[in-house]
Design a protein around this ligand. Structure first.
Ligand code: NAD
Length: 246
């Protein structure tokens, strides 16, 4: 066990992902959540259970010192947490999707100052799927390519960040982007189907997440692997599997 645990601030703590992170952080040796930040700063049972202070985002600058921020929030909250990480020299692991092109550029700029890992999806299965999709698209360049994604009704961005990430793999493989379709229904955690269709046959590559704990565990793993690294832009696939750049 690491004698000096990595001190983590969870940003977006009151959300579905933030609460999963607070609940699961205790499973991991080598890290300790020192603060939870949400829009309102209202108490959270998951934070109370472990004595973690909850702050409103307006009080972010007064949060206890930490080494790394894990952010699962919304695009409107993202600029503030990124600026805070750069100003204080904190590493950032973010899974917030729906970022604008300007926000993606700001991530690249921040990487000159701090270690940054942004990923559309923190599951090991999707990291592997990305490589498979690229290989399949390269082998079948003339086929139609479509990505169908399904998520719960509360998800705001569409197509999902993961669909776009898999779309990059399609484009890298065959030179052109796929078509996207997005479904919002019930409490679906996240499903992605990449379909390559040729004359008389169809290849389907699919990933289904049935529990969002996988994303929280993946982000905690990413935080531990990012610890101690120098400034730069890191990928989840690269850190987890030694390949890809998710
Ligand atoms: P949610 O809506 O349940 O929670 C959003 C959180 O952001 C809340 O804590 C809220 O207080 C905070 N927030 C919202 N606006 C804010 C503001 N202006 N300032 C400060 N904080 C603000 O969302 P969720 O389901 O937990 O998902 C969070 C993000 O993570 C989304 O972008 C989602 O698409 C993404 N996500 C990514 C992965 C992945 O593996 N990368 C997996 C699941 C979800």
């Amino acid at each position: 066990m690491n004698p000096t645990p990595l001190r983590i601030l969870v940003h977006g703590a009151s959300g579905r992902m933030g609460r999963a992170l607070l609940r699961l952080a205790g499973e991991r040796d080598g890290l300790r959540v020192v603060a939870a930040v949400s829009r309102s700063g209202e108490p959270l049972p998951e934070a109370d259970a472990t004595g973690v202070p909850v702050l409103a985002v307006a009080d972010l600058s007064r949060a206890p010192d930490c080494d790394l921020v894990i952010d699962f929030s919304l695009p409107e909250a993202f600029d503030g947490v990124l600026a805070d990480c750069v100003a204080r020299g904190r590493a950032l692991v973010s899974g917030t999707t729906g970022l604008s092109p300007a926000q993606r550029e700001a991530l690249d700029a921040a990487a000159a100052r701090i270690p940054v890992l942004w990923a559309a999806n923190f599951s090991a299965g999707v990291a592997v799927l990305h490589a498979l999709v690229r290989q399949a698209a390269a082998a079948l360049p003339g086929w139609d390519a479509d990505i169908v994604e399904s998520h719960h009704v509360h998800k705001k961005d569409a197509p999902s960040g993961t669909a776009l990430f898999l779309g990059e793999a399609v484009a890298a493989g065959r030179g052109s982007a796929p078509h996207y379709a997005a479904l919002r229904a019930g409490d679906i955690v996240g499903e992605h189907l990449v379909q390559l269709t040729g004359p008389g046959e169809r290849l389907e590559l699919a990933h289904r997440a049935t529990n969002r704990d996988i994303f929280a565990r993946g982000a905690l793993e990413a935080a531990l692997r990012l610890a101690g690294k120098g400034p730069g832009r890191y990928g989840f696939g690269e850190l987890l599997l030694g390949g890809g750049t998710n």
